[in-house]
Design a binder for this molecule. Structure first.
Ligand SMILES: Nc1nc2c(ncn2[C@@H]2O[C@H](COP(=O)(O)OP(=O)(O)OP(=O)(O)O)[C@@H](O)[C@H]2O)c(=O)[nH]1
Length: 382
């Protein structure tokens, strides 16, 4: 299991970080909404101060405490709404707002000692908000909630006229609220992470080829060709289409298992030479791969293809029996398009079609070659 049994968070820090970053927009919105809501209620309860203490200095001192909470929580809510806060900053904001609100709450309870029964109920509601509604790390939320509970019970014992039995009952009920708050937050953490994990598995299966880990044609059509692509630093798009030479012969000589090893080795080399997410490697057919390189001009594309060609030809892959004896070559077609140049309705489609023709040209010209062309210009050959 990759989820912590106590906190419901991912055990691996990198996975937890990508989960939190994936959720960050939602977290920020929830934090902003909850703090705004709590600020309004915290101020609204001033009416109960006036009802309990009458209009005067005592009620006004409580108003001061409430305004302090409103200013803190309001500022935190404003930050959460307006700024692209990091995960760390979101947690800091949540922790500050929770601590100030609970601190001021303690002050208010002491000024209204006759109503500790009601204060206990208010604290229980605040604890639920801390555990479940203000997004924070569970360990921080629990520490804040438990400290508040541990501070509140002695205050009640000291300042209220409650009997020992009442104080004990109240203390135990608050412990119960903490326990259920913690368990509910842990369950929520776990469910959210399991959902994230399932989503990642489905996304991977929908977008990638399971043998090589490269993107599949569905991803090419719906993501790379279907949506406005990412532009590189330069207004160029280069497509490299490459195909392993005489792959049928490799399968026939060494068997399909070793054929798969060659495919994976080739794909791994292509992936290592490109930078996701800007650049993508797509398994275009059986032993045919497509490199989509935004921001790469023809010169850089040809140099990359030539380097890949030489590296692959010089590589001896380890066969299924553990002996390094699998060798193969590949043919490459490189097509580039200048995106600012007029005349291309669908530059990527045009570049893929051209790279496909060039790759077949490389096959016809003897294989283990790179052929290239800049679209919109005169054809050149290697
Ligand atoms: N092992 C393995 N073989 C595959 C896979 N997908 C396709 N192939 C095989 O790849 C071979 C492709 O052969 P051809 O299209 O004749 O091309 P080639 O032998 O590479 O010849 P040229 O492309 O002309 O150099 C076929 O034998 C397919 O069965 C796969 O996932 N694994």
């Amino acid at each position: 299991m990759d989820i912590h049994p106590l906190t419901g968070e991912f055990l691996r820090a990198s996975k937890e970080t990508s989960f939190l970053e994936h959720k960050q927009e939602q977290t920020r919105a929830l934090l902003g909404f909850t703090l705004t809501f709590c600020t309004v209620f915290y101020l609204g309860f001033f009416a109960t101060d006036v009802a309990a203490l009458g209009w005067g200095p005592a009620a006004l001192s409580l108003l001061g405490a409430r305004v302090l909470v409103a200013l803190t929580a309001g500022t935190c809510a404003w930050l959460a709404w307006r700024r692209p806060l990091s995960v760390r900053a979101t947690r800091l904001v949540a922790t500050i707002a929770e601590s100030v609100a609970l601190g001021c709450f303690m002050f208010i309870t002491v000024q209204r000692p006759a109503e500790f029964h009601w204060h206990a109920m208010s604290l229980a509601i605040m604890l639920v908000v801390v555990y479940l509604y203000i997004p924070n790390r569970l360990s921080y939320a629990s520490a804040i909630a438990m400290l508040a509970t541990a501070g509140f019970v002695p205050l009640a014992a000291q300042h209220s006229a409650m009997s020992f039995a009442d104080t004990l009952t109240m203390g135990m009920l608050l412990v119960l609220v903490n326990t259920f708050g913690f368990l509910a937050a842990r369950r929520y953490n776990r469910v959210a992470r399991e959902e994230f994990r399932s989503h990642a598995v489905l996304k991977y299966a929908a977008e990638r080829d399971h043998l090589t880990g490269c993107f599949n044609r569905r991803y090419l059509h719906y993501q790379l060709m279907g949506e406005p692509g990412q532009e590189g630093a330069k207004p160029w798009l280069t497509i490299i289409l490459c195909d392993i030479d005489r792959f049928k012969q490799i399968n026939d000589t060494h068997g399909h298992g070793d054929g798969d090893i060659v495919l994976r080795g080739f794909a791994h080399m292509l992936q290592a030479a490109t930078r996701e997410p800007l650049e993508s490697v797509v398994r275009y057919g059986g032993e045919e791969f497509l490199l989509v390189l935004p921001g790469t001009d023809l010169g850089d594309g040809v140099r990359l293809a030539e380097r890949l060609r030489q590296t692959f030809a010089a590589t001896e892959l380890v066969a299924s029996d553990g002996v390094p004896r699998l060798r193969a070559t590949a043919s490459f077609g490189v097509a580039s398009v200048h995106l600012a140049q007029a005349g291309f309705t669908d530059p990527m489609r045009d570049a893929i079609a051209a790279a496909d023709d060039l790759m077949y040209q490389a096959k016809r010209n003897g294989r283990d070659r790179v052929e290239y062309l800049q679209l919109g210009a005169l054809a050149q050959a290697s």
